[in-house]
Design a protein around this ligand. Structure first.
Ligand SMILES: Nc1nc2c(ncn2[C@@H]2O[C@H](COP(=O)(O)OP(=O)(O)OP(=O)(O)O)[C@@H](O)[C@H]2O)c(=O)[nH]1
Ligand SMILES: [Mg+2]
Length: 193
Protein backbone atom coordinates (compact mmCIF):
# COMPACT_ATOMS: atom_id res chain seq x y z
CA UNK A 1 0.00 0.00 0.00
CA UNK A 2 1.33 3.43 -0.91
CA UNK A 3 0.03 6.51 0.88
CA UNK A 4 0.64 9.82 -0.89
CA UNK A 5 -0.17 12.60 1.59
CA UNK A 6 0.53 15.34 -0.96
CA UNK A 7 -2.03 14.10 -3.48
CA UNK A 8 -4.25 12.54 -0.80
CA UNK A 9 -4.26 9.14 -2.50
CA UNK A 10 -3.82 5.59 -1.28
CA UNK A 11 -2.60 3.00 -3.79
CA UNK A 12 -3.69 -0.61 -3.29
CA UNK A 13 -2.33 -3.35 -5.53
CA UNK A 14 -4.75 -6.26 -6.01
CA UNK A 15 -3.74 -9.23 -8.17
CA UNK A 16 -5.87 -11.92 -9.84
CA UNK A 17 -3.85 -15.15 -9.83
CA UNK A 18 -4.69 -18.74 -10.82
CA UNK A 19 -4.18 -21.57 -13.30
CA UNK A 20 -4.34 -21.13 -17.08
CA UNK A 21 -7.72 -20.20 -18.55
CA UNK A 22 -9.50 -20.12 -15.19
CA UNK A 23 -11.14 -16.75 -15.97
CA UNK A 24 -8.81 -14.09 -14.53
CA UNK A 25 -8.99 -11.74 -17.53
CA UNK A 26 -12.76 -12.32 -17.88
CA UNK A 27 -13.24 -11.40 -14.19
CA UNK A 28 -11.18 -8.23 -14.46
CA UNK A 29 -12.88 -7.16 -17.69
CA UNK A 30 -16.27 -7.62 -16.08
CA UNK A 31 -15.20 -5.62 -13.03
CA UNK A 32 -13.88 -2.67 -15.06
CA UNK A 33 -16.92 -2.68 -17.36
CA UNK A 34 -19.44 -2.81 -14.55
CA UNK A 35 -17.80 0.22 -12.91
CA UNK A 36 -17.61 2.07 -16.26
CA UNK A 37 -13.82 1.99 -16.40
CA UNK A 38 -13.39 -0.43 -19.33
CA UNK A 39 -11.21 2.10 -21.14
CA UNK A 40 -8.70 2.09 -18.27
CA UNK A 41 -7.80 -1.60 -18.63
CA UNK A 42 -4.73 -2.65 -20.59
CA UNK A 43 -4.18 -6.26 -21.58
CA UNK A 44 -0.85 -7.57 -22.81
CA UNK A 45 -1.92 -10.55 -24.87
CA UNK A 46 -0.54 -12.84 -27.51
CA UNK A 47 -2.03 -13.06 -31.00
CA UNK A 48 -4.72 -15.58 -29.96
CA UNK A 49 -6.04 -13.49 -27.08
CA UNK A 50 -4.30 -15.30 -24.21
CA UNK A 51 -2.65 -13.21 -21.52
CA UNK A 52 1.07 -13.04 -22.30
CA UNK A 53 2.20 -10.95 -19.36
CA UNK A 54 -0.70 -9.35 -17.50
CA UNK A 55 -3.78 -7.17 -17.52
CA UNK A 56 -3.65 -3.99 -15.49
CA UNK A 57 -5.65 -0.89 -14.78
CA UNK A 58 -6.64 1.48 -11.99
CA UNK A 59 -10.07 2.12 -10.53
CA UNK A 60 -10.35 5.20 -8.28
CA UNK A 61 -12.67 5.15 -5.25
CA UNK A 62 -13.44 8.44 -3.51
CA UNK A 63 -13.19 8.55 0.26
CA UNK A 64 -14.65 11.28 2.40
CA UNK A 65 -12.36 14.25 3.08
CA UNK A 66 -10.98 14.43 -0.47
CA UNK A 67 -8.93 11.25 -0.19
CA UNK A 68 -8.98 8.74 -3.08
CA UNK A 69 -8.11 5.05 -3.03
CA UNK A 70 -6.61 3.95 -6.32
CA UNK A 71 -7.14 0.21 -6.72
CA UNK A 72 -4.38 -0.97 -9.06
CA UNK A 73 -5.76 -4.22 -10.43
CA UNK A 74 -3.53 -6.78 -12.12
CA UNK A 75 -3.87 -10.30 -13.44
CA UNK A 76 -0.98 -12.70 -13.85
CA UNK A 77 -0.87 -15.09 -16.79
CA UNK A 78 -1.69 -18.71 -16.01
CA UNK A 79 0.28 -20.11 -18.94
CA UNK A 80 3.41 -21.86 -17.74
CA UNK A 81 5.30 -20.69 -20.83
CA UNK A 82 5.30 -17.21 -19.24
CA UNK A 83 5.77 -18.49 -15.67
CA UNK A 84 8.62 -16.10 -14.87
CA UNK A 85 6.33 -13.08 -15.27
CA UNK A 86 4.04 -14.20 -12.43
CA UNK A 87 6.53 -13.44 -9.68
CA UNK A 88 7.01 -9.94 -11.08
CA UNK A 89 3.28 -9.25 -11.17
CA UNK A 90 2.90 -10.33 -7.53
CA UNK A 91 5.59 -8.04 -6.10
CA UNK A 92 4.17 -5.53 -3.62
CA UNK A 93 0.61 -6.85 -3.77
CA UNK A 94 -1.85 -5.97 -1.01
CA UNK A 95 -4.40 -8.68 -1.82
CA UNK A 96 -4.95 -11.65 -4.12
CA UNK A 97 -8.05 -13.04 -5.83
CA UNK A 98 -7.21 -16.67 -6.57
CA UNK A 99 -9.37 -17.59 -9.59
CA UNK A 100 -9.74 -21.38 -9.63
CA UNK A 101 -11.32 -23.46 -12.37
CA UNK A 102 -14.20 -25.56 -11.02
CA UNK A 103 -13.93 -28.36 -13.57
CA UNK A 104 -13.25 -31.56 -11.64
CA UNK A 105 -10.47 -32.70 -13.99
CA UNK A 106 -8.56 -29.50 -13.22
CA UNK A 107 -8.23 -30.02 -9.45
CA UNK A 108 -4.51 -30.76 -9.74
CA UNK A 109 -3.93 -27.63 -11.86
CA UNK A 110 -5.62 -25.57 -9.15
CA UNK A 111 -3.54 -27.24 -6.46
CA UNK A 112 -0.27 -26.61 -8.34
CA UNK A 113 -1.16 -22.96 -8.91
CA UNK A 114 -2.19 -22.51 -5.25
CA UNK A 115 1.08 -24.04 -4.05
CA UNK A 116 3.02 -21.77 -6.39
CA UNK A 117 1.16 -18.75 -5.02
CA UNK A 118 1.84 -19.71 -1.40
CA UNK A 119 5.54 -20.23 -2.18
CA UNK A 120 5.79 -16.85 -3.89
CA UNK A 121 3.87 -15.09 -1.12
CA UNK A 122 6.23 -16.53 1.48
CA UNK A 123 8.79 -14.14 0.10
CA UNK A 124 6.61 -11.13 0.93
CA UNK A 125 6.95 -9.37 4.28
CA UNK A 126 3.49 -9.75 5.75
CA UNK A 127 0.39 -11.93 5.50
CA UNK A 128 -1.68 -10.79 2.53
CA UNK A 129 -5.45 -11.32 2.31
CA UNK A 130 -6.61 -13.88 -0.25
CA UNK A 131 -10.12 -14.53 -1.61
CA UNK A 132 -10.90 -17.52 -3.85
CA UNK A 133 -13.30 -17.39 -6.80
CA UNK A 134 -14.29 -20.97 -7.59
CA UNK A 135 -15.06 -20.01 -11.17
CA UNK A 136 -16.98 -21.61 -14.08
CA UNK A 137 -19.72 -22.91 -11.81
CA UNK A 138 -22.00 -23.00 -14.87
CA UNK A 139 -20.06 -25.91 -16.42
CA UNK A 140 -21.17 -29.52 -15.94
CA UNK A 141 -19.13 -31.49 -13.39
CA UNK A 142 -18.02 -28.39 -11.55
CA UNK A 143 -16.88 -29.04 -8.00
CA UNK A 144 -18.34 -27.34 -4.94
CA UNK A 145 -16.67 -25.37 -2.19
CA UNK A 146 -16.37 -28.31 0.23
CA UNK A 147 -14.53 -30.52 -2.27
CA UNK A 148 -12.27 -27.67 -3.29
CA UNK A 149 -11.41 -26.67 0.26
CA UNK A 150 -10.45 -30.16 1.30
CA UNK A 151 -8.42 -30.90 -1.87
CA UNK A 152 -6.35 -27.74 -1.48
CA UNK A 153 -6.43 -27.85 2.34
CA UNK A 154 -7.52 -24.23 2.40
CA UNK A 155 -7.39 -22.45 5.75
CA UNK A 156 -10.86 -21.56 7.08
CA UNK A 157 -9.85 -17.91 7.03
CA UNK A 158 -9.79 -17.87 3.20
CA UNK A 159 -13.25 -17.01 1.79
CA UNK A 160 -14.44 -19.03 -1.23
CA UNK A 161 -17.06 -17.62 -3.63
CA UNK A 162 -18.63 -19.81 -6.30
CA UNK A 163 -18.43 -17.54 -9.35
CA UNK A 164 -19.32 -17.33 -13.03
CA UNK A 165 -17.07 -14.64 -14.47
CA UNK A 166 -18.73 -14.63 -17.90
CA UNK A 167 -21.93 -13.41 -16.19
CA UNK A 168 -20.18 -11.42 -13.48
CA UNK A 169 -21.65 -13.62 -10.74
CA UNK A 170 -19.87 -13.11 -7.39
CA UNK A 171 -17.05 -11.10 -8.98
CA UNK A 172 -17.97 -7.79 -7.35
CA UNK A 173 -18.53 -9.56 -4.02
CA UNK A 174 -15.05 -11.13 -4.17
CA UNK A 175 -13.51 -7.79 -5.07
CA UNK A 176 -15.25 -6.01 -2.19
CA UNK A 177 -14.16 -8.61 0.37
CA UNK A 178 -10.57 -8.30 -0.82
CA UNK A 179 -10.63 -4.51 -1.04
CA UNK A 180 -11.80 -4.17 2.56
CA UNK A 181 -9.49 -6.96 3.75
CA UNK A 182 -6.49 -5.25 2.16
CA UNK A 183 -7.36 -1.92 3.77
CA UNK A 184 -7.82 -3.56 7.16
CA UNK A 185 -4.56 -5.50 6.89
CA UNK A 186 -2.64 -2.35 6.08
CA UNK A 187 -4.31 -0.21 8.72
CA UNK A 188 -3.02 -2.65 11.35
CA UNK A 189 0.59 -1.90 10.51
CA UNK A 190 0.33 1.64 9.16
CA UNK A 191 -2.42 3.69 10.80
CA UNK A 192 -4.52 5.53 8.25
CA UNK A 193 -4.56 9.34 8.89
N1 LIG B 1 -18.26 -21.33 -18.95
C1 LIG B 1 -17.49 -20.39 -18.44
N2 LIG B 1 -16.41 -19.96 -19.15
C2 LIG B 1 -15.64 -19.00 -18.59
C3 LIG B 1 -15.92 -18.44 -17.32
N3 LIG B 1 -14.96 -17.52 -17.05
C4 LIG B 1 -14.13 -17.50 -18.11
N4 LIG B 1 -14.54 -18.39 -19.06
C5 LIG B 1 -13.94 -18.67 -20.37
O1 LIG B 1 -12.68 -19.30 -20.15
C6 LIG B 1 -11.75 -18.92 -21.18
C7 LIG B 1 -10.49 -18.35 -20.54
O2 LIG B 1 -10.84 -17.14 -19.87
P1 LIG B 1 -9.75 -16.02 -19.52
O3 LIG B 1 -10.44 -14.98 -18.72
O4 LIG B 1 -9.00 -15.60 -20.73
O5 LIG B 1 -8.79 -16.87 -18.59
P2 LIG B 1 -7.41 -16.41 -17.93
O6 LIG B 1 -7.42 -16.99 -16.57
O7 LIG B 1 -7.24 -14.94 -18.05
O8 LIG B 1 -6.37 -17.19 -18.85
P3 LIG B 1 -4.75 -16.94 -18.96
O9 LIG B 1 -4.51 -15.47 -18.81
O10 LIG B 1 -4.36 -17.47 -20.29
O11 LIG B 1 -4.16 -17.72 -17.83
C8 LIG B 1 -12.51 -17.91 -22.07
O12 LIG B 1 -13.01 -18.61 -23.18
C9 LIG B 1 -13.63 -17.42 -21.17
O13 LIG B 1 -14.76 -16.97 -21.89
C10 LIG B 1 -17.07 -18.92 -16.58
O14 LIG B 1 -17.39 -18.51 -15.46
N5 LIG B 1 -17.79 -19.90 -17.21
MG1 LIG C 1 -5.70 -13.82 -18.75
Amino acid sequence: MIVDYGNRTVGLKLVFFGPAMSGKTTSIRWLFSSLNFADRLTSIENTVGRTMFCDFGTIPFSLGGSWTINAHIWSATGQDFYRSTREVVLVGSDGIVFVADSQRILLDENLASWNELITLMDEEDSAIPIVVCLNKQDLPDSIDETTFRSYLQLPDSVPVLESIATRGEKIMEAFQILFHGALRANALVRPFP
